[in-house]
Design a protein around this ligand. Structure first.
Ligand code: NI
Length: 170
């Protein structure tokens, strides 16, 4: 087991649509363990594979950040099946450290995917869990939360990050 490096805004993997997993090998379980530990160490409530530089459709979520092991969710090849309602809350991302903004998300979602053995699973979530499902699936589609902000806020964050990059502070 090893902690992986989380790539940041500007990394090409974050703009890449991740590819479906077809072979559910033991390597995948090892990778998933690394992702979970990396998420907990950050700490964060979710992590997508492209955040550690791998463009494979795999994500982990735990809105309790390891407090309750039963809440750990691992999904390969997730697909958003249904959504309902709205919520507006401040959202951030381990790949965009130090920046946050209010993002509109559905209040409830239903997601289908596969577990680490390849078995089909369906899950539902409300509140923070619904937000995490949306945020991580966005990652796997190559989209960051910054792209869902209003244009002014989005440009402000991008300007600040460009300055941080110039200053070698990113
Ligand atoms: Ni994120």
């Amino acid at each position: 087991m090893a902690l992986r490096t989380i790539v940041k805004f500007g990394a090409v993997e974050l703009d890449t649509r991740c590819t479906e997993i077809e072979d559910f090998t033991p390597d995948l379980e090892e990778l998933t363990r690394d992702m979970v530990q990396t998420m907990y160490a950050a700490p964060g409530v979710g992590l997508a594979a492209n955040q550690i530089g791998l463009t494979t459709r795999l994500m982990v979520i735990d809105i309790t950040v390891g407090e309750d092991p039963k809440q750990l969710i691992i999904i390969a090849n997730p697909v958003m099946l249904e959504m309902e309602g709205d919520q507006r809350e401040e959202e951030g991302c381990l790949s965009v450290p130090g920046h946050a903004g209010v993002v509109q998300r559905p209040a409830w979602v239903k997601v289908r995917g596969q577990d680490i053995k390849g078995k089909e699973v369906t899950m539902e979530g409300t509140g923070l869990l619904a937000r995490a499902f949306c945020h991580e699936i966005d990652h796997l589609d190559g989209k960051l939360f910054v792209e869902r902000l209003g244009v002014l806020k989005r440009d402000l964050i991008k300007r600040k990050i460009r300055k941080q990059i110039r200053q070698g502070d990113w």
